[in-house]
Every structure is written in structure tokens, then in C-alpha cells.
Design a protein around this ligand. Structure first.
Ligand SMILES: Nc1ncnc2c1ncn2[C@@H]1O[C@H](COP(=O)(O)OP(=O)(O)OP(=O)(O)O)[C@@H](O)[C@H]1O
Length: 597
């Protein structure tokens, strides 16, 4: 059945029909083979076998309290009650700082460690922890690998998550249909883009982020500001796609900033928040009347959503205070109630009005009604690929990224070669004689200390990798072990190339201890040292995701290791407590230097 509201885009038709009995109809995906179509619909079909797999989410008296750095506590959300049903698109709106992201985080079990939640959140009538794949979450930041094209990004994601035994042709059909569903055909072969590579636009990046999450057909989809930074046409298209996804029987909840009137019309349910309290929850189409009844009718020629946000954004009090002198006459003669009272008063009135309104009563009734129905326990919708497939795919993806990103290893290769040529010319033919002991020591110390030190140059790339990893891990795409294995394996060829080339230049120019085994030992030591520094910087990137802080911490740790390496003070002169035991034994510089001179 074709619905009159059916949206179209880029030649694709989305059949937007309201689902019946929760599972509902589907997005029509041209290009998808019958087999893929079957696989795509697998989860929906499961409903017929094990019951309804759709997601009904309720939250009742939800309060989130955070502990601030000065030890004080603050209520970010206060007593929120609401629900989200399959087939509906719920929009969370409110001024900046009103708690939209916190509500999404609370519902998706992603609250920060200093945030404490009270109240009840039920998924299909049961308490459920939603993290690691049960629900998909599209964050505000598009953490994508800049060197991959849109098609590659979605293809790798498909390989990482779809079952190994699914034929590749079907995976590819699924990828193509997702590209079509998100209207990404025109930029499918364009790279995402990074600091030195011009890629797709911000709107297209948003759509890629959403495409990655809908690939596995999650029943529950959270999106944090999917339209931020987009022009009105892109924002409309993204919202329209989300609505079509909801119409496919999914439960979609998104926080939205300042929607245009066209975008607003696409919302089913509206949750309006101000300072963590509910101002309105109900049908988006009824909000207009609610505000009028509360004494704040939307003036003619004003976008309703702008009006709602204007009523509940207390920052407008500051704006009014600034304009008071120049706009005095306008305020005095105005019919707009907002010109006569402060926004803080308007917010209080609206919150009180909502509490006693039919909307609040109906919401509570509905929450109780939905909560009583014990539905299917949704399985973690994360990866269905095997550990081996995940590790293989991640290794390949990471290797391709490293080879395409000039800043990852290629730049370092050039610098390593330049620096080792400098070392080679300064210590040229220093030889192995008794008189050259000091020169060999300082040369080795420089090589294993300062040359390996240059690996901190890879830190920005590590931080980007970590961001992608964190997004994918939180959405259940793969685990820590496969990430560590793949990163180690993919970096190996580059590190071997860098250390063998620069090590060979240094070894032969300086004329270190002759003999093949001594040469091999020298370059292997260099390789091992660089690997340690890389691993150290990666570990730091996972804890401190800030460029400057990470580089300072990494440099500091290596500085301490160099100090106790046995070059600046001979090993037996290093003070025993702390510095010799255990610091010098932990320092990889110490071992590299001891075995090479
Ligand atoms: N973990 C936390 N620790 C301290 N304060 C927090 C924490 N989480 C949220 N807050 C505070 O709670 C308020 C609401 O934050 P939140 O990010 O949910 O708002 P928002 O409506 O999503 O804002 P924006 O639209 O600007 O993203 C802010 O003042 C924020 O500083």
C-alpha cells in the first residue's frame, strides 16, 4: 500500500506506511536482490516466530544528577516521564543545556561516570541495559575514517558485522541498498575527507554515520542532533529518512536543534525540555494548541518550533535586557505575552501547565499501559561476524587507511631517513675501535632515544583511530582484542619498512659492529623500540584523547625512560631506589642501549 506521504529522493521511493501491530511495513530498497531482501527482513520475520521484536521504550520519573568538579551536585534531568513506540519518530527539543543529550544518554545507558540515574527505564516492559549494540546510537560527531570512500566505509562496516556465511554478493547488495536509502549514490565513491583531503560535505557525513547504524536494522535508534550544521535542505532530507526508518517499524528518538517548519512537520512525538524539566510531551501536531492554551499562542508568521524554543529559552531574558533601551516602545505596545513577562516566568507557567494537563496524564497512562506488556527481550544487535573475520577486516581497513594517509607513516618515513642520514654523516665511519666507544654510545643513545621519540608524531592519527574505535565499540561492532590485534598487524609492515631503511642507513654509514647478525640485531632492536613507543602512544590516546595533552604526557614518559637508560648516567651510578629499580629495568631504552654497545 502506498501512503500519500511517501517521500521520494534521488529516484528512490520510500514506501512510508504506518506499521500494523508494531512490525509494520518496510522501506522499499531498489537494487536489493531477493536473497538480500530476505536477509534484511530476517529480524522482522523473527517476530513471527518468537514474538514482536519491536522496541517499546518507557521512562518514568527519570532523574539524572551529576557530581560537579567542586563536589556539588546538580540535577540535569528532573522527573521525566515519556515513551517511544515502534513506528514513531520522537524529537527531543529544548534550548542548549536543557538536557537533551543527557536524556538520550540515560535512555541508551551511556551516562558519564559522574552521573547518577534514578527512575525506571523499561524496554518492552523489562529493565534492560542498552549499550554495546542493543540499540544503535548516532553521536553528534561524525567519527569516520577520512581516507576511505563512502562505499568502502559502509562495506567494511558490513563485513565487520554481518555473518561470515552470508555471501559477499548479498552483503554488497545490502551495502548498495543502504547507500540508496540514505541518498548517498552521488558521493558513494568520494572519500570522507580529513585534514589534508577534501571529502564529502557535512550533511553527507551525517548520512554516512546514520547509514552505518541502520545497516544492521536496529529496532531502536538514538540520534544526537543529526541535523546540526546542515543546511535546511539536507536537514529536511536527513529527518525525512529518519521518519521513513521509523515507519519501517523502528523506534527512533533524536534530539534536534532549531528545526525548520518543514522538518518540524515530520515529527510524530515531541519532547520539549527546559532546564531538565518537561515542558511538553505529546503529539508534535498538538504542541501548537498546547502553547495557545497555556497562554503563549504562536504569533502569525512565526515558525511554531521557533516559538516553542523562544518561550523556553531563558537566555532570551538577557537578550531582552540588552535591547531594553532601544526596543522600549516595541515591548510596551506588544501583544506578545513574552514581551510582558520574563522567559523564566514563562517556563514556570508552561511546566506547571503541562503537569496538570491532559498530555501529562495521558503520557503517564500510556507509560503504565506499555510497561505492563512484557515483550521480547531484544538481543544485543551488535556484530554477527566471527572474531577472525572482524580481526581480518579491521587489519585490512587499518592498513588501507595507513597507506593512504600521508601523515600516518609516510611522512615519518621521510623524517626518519633524513634524520638517520644526518646521524650517518655526523658519526661517519666512527668504527668499532677503543677510541670510538663514547661516539658509538652517544650514537646508539640518539638512535634509540630521539629517533624512536619521533613516533609521537603519529599521535594525532592514533587519536582519530581511537575515536572511530570508541564509536564502533559502543555500538557493538567489535571488541578491544580484535582492535588491538588488527592495529598491531596493520602497522607492522610500515614499522618494518621505516626501521629497516633508517636502521640500514645508520648502520652502514656509522659502520657499527660488522657482521650480518649484528646488523639484523640492530635493526630489530630499532623495530622493537619503535613498536614500544607506538604502543605507549596508543595507550595514552585511549586515556587522553587530546592532542596536546597526549603528546606532552608521551614525551614526558619517554624523557624519564631516556634518563635512566644508562647513557646520561652509567647503570651502576643510577640511584638504586626508584630510578634503577624498577625504572631503568622498565625503560626499553635501557635494554636497547645495553645490548647494542
Ligand atoms: N557528566 C556531566 N557532568 C557535569 N555536567 C553535566 C554532565 N552531563 C551534563 N551536564 C550538564 O547538564 C546540562 C545539560 O547538558 P546536555 O548536554 O544534556 O544538554 P543539551 O540540551 O544536549 O545541550 P546542547 O544542545 O548544547 O548539546 C549542561 O549544563 C551540562 O553542562
Amino acid at each position: 500500500m502506498r501512503n500519500s506521504e511517501a517521500p521520494t529522493h534521488g529516484g528512490m521511493e520510500i514506501e512510508a506506511t504506518r506499521p500494523s501491530a508494531g512490525n509494520g511495513s518496510t522501506i522499499t530498497l531498489p537494487g536489493l536482490s531477493p536473497l538480500s531482501e530476505t536477509l534484511w527482513r530476517e529480524k522482522a520475520n523473527t517476530a513471527e516466530i518468537i514474538g514482536d521484536v519491536s522496541a517499546r521504550l518507557t521512562w518514568k520519573d527519570l532523574t539524572v544528577m551529576v557530581t560537579l568538579s567542586n563536589g556539588e551536585t546538580q540535577n540535569v534531568l528532573e522527573g521525566l516521564t515519556g515513551y517511544a513506540e515502534p513506528g514513531t519518530f520522537t524529537a527531543l527539543m529544548g534550548p542548549s543545556g536543557s538536557g537533551k543529550s543527557t536524556l538520550l544518554d540515560a535512555l541508551s545507558s551511556r551516562l558519564a561516570a559522574n552521573a547518577f540515574l534514578s527512575g525506571t527505564i523499561l524496554l518492552n516492559g523489562r529493565k534492560a541495559k542498552l549499550s554495546f549494540g542493543t540499540a544503535a546510537y548516532v553521536t553528534q560527531d561524525d567519527n569516520l575514517i577520512g581516507t576511505l570512500t563512502v562505499r568502502e566505509t559502509i562495506s567494511y562496516s558490513a563485513r565487520l558485522r554481518l555473518p561470515d556465511n552470508m555471501p559477499w554478493a548479498d552483503k554488497r547488495a545490502l551495502v548498495e541498498s543502504t547507500i540508496v536509502a540514505m541518498g548517498l549514490q552521488d558521493c558513494a565513491d568520494t572519500v570522507i575527507g580529513n585534514w589534508h583531503l577534501r571529502g564529502i560535505s557535512g550533511g553527507e557525513k551525517r548520512r554516512v554515520s546514520i547509514a552505518l547504524e541502520i545497516l544492521m536494522r536496529p529496532r531502536l535508534l538514538f540520534l544526537d542532533e543529526p541535523t546540526s550544521g546542515l543546511d535546511s535542505a539536507s536537514a529536511f532530507f536527513v529527518t525525512q529518512t529518519l521518519r521513513a526508518l521509523a515507519r519501517d517499524g523502528r523506534t527512533v528518538i533524536a534530539s534536534i536543534h532549531q528545526p525548520s517548519s518543514e522538518v518540524f512537520e515530520l515529527f510524530d512525538q515531541l519532547y520539549l525540555l527546559s532546564s531538565g524539566k518537561t515542558v511538553y510531551f505529546g503529539q508534535a501536531s498538538e504542541a501548537y494548541e498546547f502553547f495557545a492554551q497555556a497562554g503563549f499562542p504562536c504569533p502569525a508568521l512565526r515558525n511554531p518550533s521557533d516559538h516553542f524554543l523562544r518561550c523556553i529559552n531563558s537566555d532570551f531574558d538577557k537578550v531582552k535586557a540588552t535591547l531594553k533601551g532601544s526596543m522600549k516602545l516595541r515591548f510596551e505596545g506588544s501583544d506578545d505575552p513574552l514581551d510582558r513577562i520574563t522567559t523564566a516566568e514563562a517556563i514556570r507557567t508552561l511546566i506547571d501547565f503541562y503537569r496538570t494537563s491532559q498530555h501529562s496524564y495521558a503520557a503517564r497512562q500510556k507509560v503504565d499501559e506499555i510497561s505492563k506488556v512484557k515483550g521480547t527481550v531484544l538481543e544485543a544487535g551488535g556484530s554477527e561476524a566471527s572474531f577472525l573475520m572482524q580481526s581480518y577486516t579491521l587489519t585490512k581497513r587499518s592498513f588501507i587507511n595507513m597507506s593512504r594517509d600521508f601523515g600516518y607513516y609516510w611522512l615519518r618515513l621521510v623524517i626518519y631517513i633524513v634524520v638517520t642520514v644526518c646521524i650517518g654523516t655526523i658519526y661517519l665511519n666512527v668504527g668499532t675501535g677503543y677510541n670510538s666507544i663514547l661516539a658509538r654510545g652517544s650514537c646508539a643513545s640518539f638512535v634509540f632515544g630521539f629517533v624512536t621519540f619521533m613516533s609521537i608524531g603519529g599521535f594525532p592519527s592514533f587519536v582519530e583511530d581511537m575515536k572511530v574505535f570508541q564509536r564502533e565499540r559502543l555500538n557493538g561492532h567489535y571488541g578491544v582484542t580484535s582492535f588491538v590485534i588488527s592495529n598491531t598487524l596493520s602497522a607492522m609492515p610500515f614499522l618494518i619498512l621505516i626501521t629497516f631503511l633508517s636502521g640500514t642507513i645508520c648502520y652502514f654509514m656509522v659502520r657499527l659492529h660488522p657482521g650480518f647478525w649484528h646488523y639484523l640485531f640492530f635493526v630489530l632492536c630499532l623495530y622493537a623500540s619503535v613498536t614500544v613507543v607506538e604502543s605507549l602512544m596508543m595507550a595514552i590516546a585511549s586515556i587522553v584523547p587530546n592532542f596536546l595533552m597526549g603528546i606532552i604526557i608521551g614525551a614526558g614518559i619517554q624523557g624519564i625512560f631516556m634518563l635512566v637508560s644508562g647513557y646520561f648516567r652509567l647503570p651502576h651510578d643510577i640511584p638504586k631506589p626508584v630510578w634503577r629499580y624498577p625504572m631503568s629495568y622498565i625503560s626499553f631504552h635501557f635494554w636497547a642501549l645495553q645490548v647494542n654497545i
